[in-house]
Design a protein around this ligand. Structure first.
Ligand code: IVH
Length: 708
């Protein structure tokens, strides 16, 4: 059917009809494949249809349809669930691991708010449920949408699945017009055991723990499967709201309970850190009998007006913290120590273990941190584990807390084999044989191979495609390795990803013939890559994998500079490590000198810079709207606070200014728009006056931003 002569013999009417038929057939095939995960035709049939469509379009270009299947790049959703942008970001929580850190949490809040030691400050304490968070949107009391957390900004639409969960009401009486209820989906121990038994009997996949079972059950493309899984839901927070629920956290939780949600019965109001710890102990004691997994206790400031004033750091609220339970422990044998080379060249020792179950999860690898840790000393040369070193063949104690990589805590010398030798840390890179050096003050030995080191390059690429960076569907760690070593479809640096699709389609055919790939998975990958050509600034900054520049720093930088052009210009101008651009960079709250130096180094090293430029040429980097994207008298302006503020603390003033879209800098320069000077302001106010920058006092500032 695809042959050329036959196509040229078609009349116009026949060609039009045939194109319509193909559009429909290919559309249906796409839906079956992408949205239902249930292909209806083979890859070969799909390719034949697509080829025929292109051939007819080539012969009759004027008949090409507006919905032509050959233009369907990125049209299909990248996976089965559609995406939901959260109206209010879904954040995570900071952690506290001991009582001191709980005290510090309360102290930080007092300091931020300027509350004296005698002023009351109450909290709530409640179990931290080990499940997955879900946001439920109700409009006029009706459940209209359920979304997973995703990366916090965008989640997956799992509405149909959520409707099958008995704990989730479909209709609310007396709720605000708009109400987003947030909470945790989880599975009880009993339901988990029964589910795994059923799965095993049916020869289906079993789950490692209740949390994985809950996540796997919620994220089913067929909601009927979710319905058959015993999921539950506790409500503990909210997002978008048309009217406040209450004046306090506890009041809001009671209101949610009145509306028909399950709320945790162990939730308590506490008048300070001592009461928090008491509740923590009470909950820890109840843990074994709850029948579901919890991994800590969450503390929240009870007064919602104070919560509002405290606001958020880039990814966590200032007004809440998770006090985690101590990690789970187990003993096992250390069978080998492997060295992995990371994206910044760090040589990281990994313990290969005789597999052991720690808190319900089988562990066979753990981190050993660095060479000092193995040798039994800390970064300052002081003994750890009373100086006991770790050797291959030793019995070691493994622990894991939450989702983090398991660690080795201790070693049992009584079980050490006689032949065990002290471990000698390599002085060369195991991947590229370049010298591995340890710089003064650095705990880590690093490969000096730079981009010639394949391990560094591959790790940089893995980081680049990771979930919080470019997140390209179908291009994960495994595929990146494959492409790195492929001599025709080569990806050696991020820019190569975006030149993979060729106009002539040649690479598509090549990829379709690779092991593990087919015509449609190849097409799907190219579409997923195209989808990421347009991408948010913070993701781009993070994806570059610059040492010390993590996810939250990337968001800070994006919020500060707003556009790639401004960011890039600033990094170039700051290269000398002094001057206005440098001062501005280190003036950003959360950017220290070490990070700043690392950033400007990346932009001034020729090879790295060239690689960044090649990447950017393929992208449409989306500007970051000023934080909160609010129109305010100070949005987009650079402000400097100096002297003493009397109505609020410096930290609060700064956070408030930033939430109104201003940039807060620590030093006055020609770029400063406004200086807020309190009593005792010195050289900064003078410099502002010299530069002709407007200077106002705190009252004028408060009037300007409309704060009370
Ligand atoms: S409050 C803005 N309360 O823990 C803070 N989170 O590590 C919103 N979680 O993403 C979260 N139990 O999935 C809160 N009682 C609880 C929780 C809880 C479990 C989860 C939640 C969150 C994660 C942060």
């Amino acid at each position: 059917m695809g042959d050329k002569a036959a196509i040229e013999n078609l009349t116009e009417a026949e060609a039009r009809q045939e194109l319509a038929r193909l559009a429909e057939a290919l559309g249906a095939a796409n839906t079956a494949y992408h949205a239902k995960d249930a292909p209806e035709i083979s890859d070969a049939e799909y390719d034949a249809l697509k080829l025929r469509n292109s051939a007819i379009e080539a012969a009759f270009p004027h008949l090409k349809r507006a919905d032509s299947p050959s233009e369907m790049i990125g049209a299909a959703p990248s996976d089965g669930f559609s995406k939901v942008e959260h109206q209010v970001r879904m954040l995570s929580l900071g952690n506290a691991f001991d009582e001191d850190e709980v005290q510090e949490f309360a102290q930080r809040i007092r300091k931020y708010l300027g509350l004296g030691a005698g002023a009351p400050l109450t909290f709530t304490a409640e179990p931290k449920i080990d499940g997955l968070s879900l946001s439920l949107r109700y409009e006029d009391g009706k459940l209209v949408q359920a979304a997973t957390r995703g990366d916090g900004a965008t989640g997956e639409n799992v509405t149909a699945n959520a409707r099958t969960i008995a704990d989730i009401p479909q209709l609310l009486k007396g709720a605000p017009e708009v109400l987003e209820v947030r909470g945790e989906v989880y599975m009880t121990h009993a339901d988990f055991a029964a589910l795994n038994a059923r799965q095993a009997e049916a020869g289906a996949k079993t789950f490692a723990n209740p949390r994985n079972a809950a996540a796997g059950s919620l994220r089913q493309l067929d909601a009927e499967i979710t319905r058959a899984r015993p999921l539950r839901f506790f409500a503990y927070a909210w997002g978008d709201l048309s009217a406040p629920l209450a004046e306090t956290q506890m009041g809001a939780i009671r209101r949610l309970a009145d509306l028909g949600f399950q709320t945790n019965p162990l939730t308590r109001v506490c008048d300070g850190p001592a009461a928090l710890i008491e509740t923590y102990n009470e909950i820890a004691e109840a843990r074994a009998t709850l029948g579901y997994d919890i991994d800590g206790v969450v503390y929240k400031v009870d007064d919602l007006a104070l919560q509002h004033r405290l606001g958020f750091r880039s990814t966590t609220p200032r007004w809440a913290i998770a006090h985690k339970f101590a990690a789970e422990l187990a003993w096992t044998r250390l069978e080998a120590i492997d060295i992995q080379v990371g994206r910044t060249g760090a040589l990281s020792p990994v313990a290969r273990l005789l597999p052991v179950t720690v808190g319900g999860v089988v562990v066979s690898n753990a981190t050993l941190h660095n060479e000092d840790y193995i040798a039994g000393r800390d970064a300052n040369g002081n003994p750890i584990r009373e100086g006991r070193d770790i050797r291959v063949g030793d019995w070691v104690q493994v622990y894991r807390a939450g989702d983090v990589i398991p660690k080795i805590a201790d070693v049992d010398l009584s079980k050490r084999p006689e032949a065990a030798e002290p471990y000698v840390f390599p002085a060369t890179c195991p991947e590229c044989a370049s010298e591995a050096v340890r710089e003064e003050g650095d705990a880590v030995r690093r490969c000096t191979g730079g981009i010639i080191c394949p391990a560094q390059a591959v790790e940089k690429l893995k980081h680049f495609v990771s979930r919080t960076a470019f997140d390209i569907e179908g291009l994960g760690a495994k595929q990146v390795e494959q492409f790195y070593h492929d001599d025709q479809l080569t990806i050696r640096e991020p820019a190569d990803i975006f030149t993979l699709r060729r106009r002539d389609g040649a690479n598509l055919t090549k990829l379709a013939n690779r092991d593990g790939w087919g015509a449609r998975s190849a097409e799907k990958l190219f579409d997923a890559i195209d989808e990421r050509r347009k991408i948010a600034l913070n993701r781009v900054i993070f994806a570059l994998g610059i040492r010390h520049v993590g996810e939250s720093a990337s968001s800070l930088l994006a919020a500060h500079y707003g556009s790639w052009e401004a960011f890039e210009r600033a990094m170039s101008e700051a290269a000398s490590g002094e001057g206005a651009a440098w001062d501005e960079l280190i003036g950003i709250d959360g950017v220290g000198k070490v990070m700043a130096a690392s950033l400007v180094r990346a932009f001034s090293q020729e090879a790295e810079r060239a690689s960044i430029d090649r990447l950017i040429a393929h992208l449409e980097v989306q500007n970051t709207a000023a934080r909160g994207a609010v129109e305010s008298p100070v949005s987009g302006k650079t402000v400097v606070f100096t002297g003493t503020l009397e109505k609020m603390t410096r930290a609060e003033a700064k956070a408030r200014a930033e939430s109104l879209g201003a940039k807060v800098s620590g030093s006055v320069s020609a770029r400063t728009d406004l200086v807020i000077a309190g009593p005792g302001a010195g050289s900064k106010a003078k410099k502002a006056a010299d530069l002709g920058v407007e200077v106002i006092d705190e009252d004028a500032w408060i009037e300007l931003i409309g704060a009370t």
